[in-house]
Design a protein around this ligand. Structure first.
Ligand code: SF4
Length: 192
């Protein structure tokens, strides 16, 4: 069988771990996707609109998901200090604990059992596939600052923040080293 086709077929079978009917531990597959994203998202993406774009839903559906997760105590929202109409979503300690029951952990464990070279190849291959399919489908996937075309490395004074080694040219903000590997829904990969 064609190697590419065989791999995509395997990915399709794996997708059933991410996508399922009904609920697992009380959450739908989309709720899990949202909670997982918000636990890894940077401060610019912990918003209802970034969440809507990540889960591929309307703002109304994203608000519904946020309400459900908030009711269960897994999320909390705080008004933005800059714009009172915006909110920042944060996963609570209860939500973080609950993520130990994430149905996709079975895949994380299976991957963790591979050697480092295989893990790196697998991750890089998935990234390349996403980059290529984004271009073909004129969409963008979420990823980290490290690979983003808006990341500027060099010391600069940014609006309202201290000078930093890393800065985001899109948000005109300093990026702390601890934020470099967090997920951002506004990510755009650098042209090759
Ligand atoms: S550098 Fe890119 S990934 Fe990082 S915050 Fe800015 S837009 Fe998002």
């Amino acid at each position: 069988m064609n190697l590419a086709r065989e791999s995509v077929e395997l990915l399709g079978q794996m997708a059933w771990i991410f996508l399922f009917e009904g609920t697992r531990h009380g959450l739908s597959d989309r709720d899990w996707m949202a909670l997982r994203f918000l636990a890894r998202a940077n401060r610019f993406s912990r918003t209802p609109s970034a969440l809507a774009s990540y889960v591929g839903a309307t703002r109304g559906t994203a608000s519904y998901i946020v309400n459900e997760l908030e009711k269960k105590g897994y999320l909390e929202r705080t008004p933005s200090s800059k714009d009172k109409r915006s909110v920042t979503l944060s996963v609570t300690s209860r939500g973080t604990k609950f993520l130990e029951r994430d149905p996709t952990n079975v895949l994380v464990d299976a991957l963790a059992a591979l050697d480092d070279v295989s893990k790196t190849h697998f991750r890089d291959a998935l990234r390349q596939m996403l980059d290529r399919s984004d271009t073909a489908q004129q969409r963008r996937h979420a990823d980290s600052c490290r690979r983003c075309m808006f990341l500027w490395e060099g010391r600069a004074d940014t609006e309202g923040g201290p000078s930093s080694e890393f800065n985001c040219r899109l948000f005109r903000a300093a990026i702390a080293e601890s934020e470099i590997d967090l997920l951002c829904a506004s990510f755009e990969h650098r042209p090759q």
